[in-house]
Design a protein around this ligand. Sequence first.
Ligand code: ZN
Ligand code: ZN
Length: 158
Amino acid sequence: MNIQQRQQQFQQYLVRSGLKATRQRDLIARAFFATSSHISAEALYRRVNGRDRRIGLVTVYRTLKLLKDAGLAHERQFGEGRALFEHATKRHHDHMICTHCGKITEFENCEIEELQEQVARRFGFTLQDHKLELYGLCQECRKGAGRGPARTRANGVR
Ligand SMILES: [Zn+2]
Ligand SMILES: [Zn+2]
């Protein structure tokens, strides 16, 4: 889906919900679709505010919520209440988060996916979705720290 199509999907969602497609919402959505990675509401706010000073942080929060409801954005919580948004149209992937510099690496591993299915089956559980987050030190931060292997913490399966 290109930006134009996502923009269209968002407009349609707004119409269906009886909301107006304002110029500000349009600008915020466009800026969000133009991001390639994970972005916080504050960072998105700084981007759009550079283009239109009248756009406030609250409007950005509300528009991100609408994008979420429209199925176009995913909200991720990466430790310490750090909420980041990413495109919901991307294919499934999991995340590795550096606890030192905050760098986020996306990965997908078929074996892990399959193991999760197996574990769920063993408990008679039907898996619908999951989030896997690995916390530790990225390559650069490991070099900087010069310490042993990175400490990792799997953040459960949901
Ligand atoms: Zn790092
Ligand atoms: Zn991601």
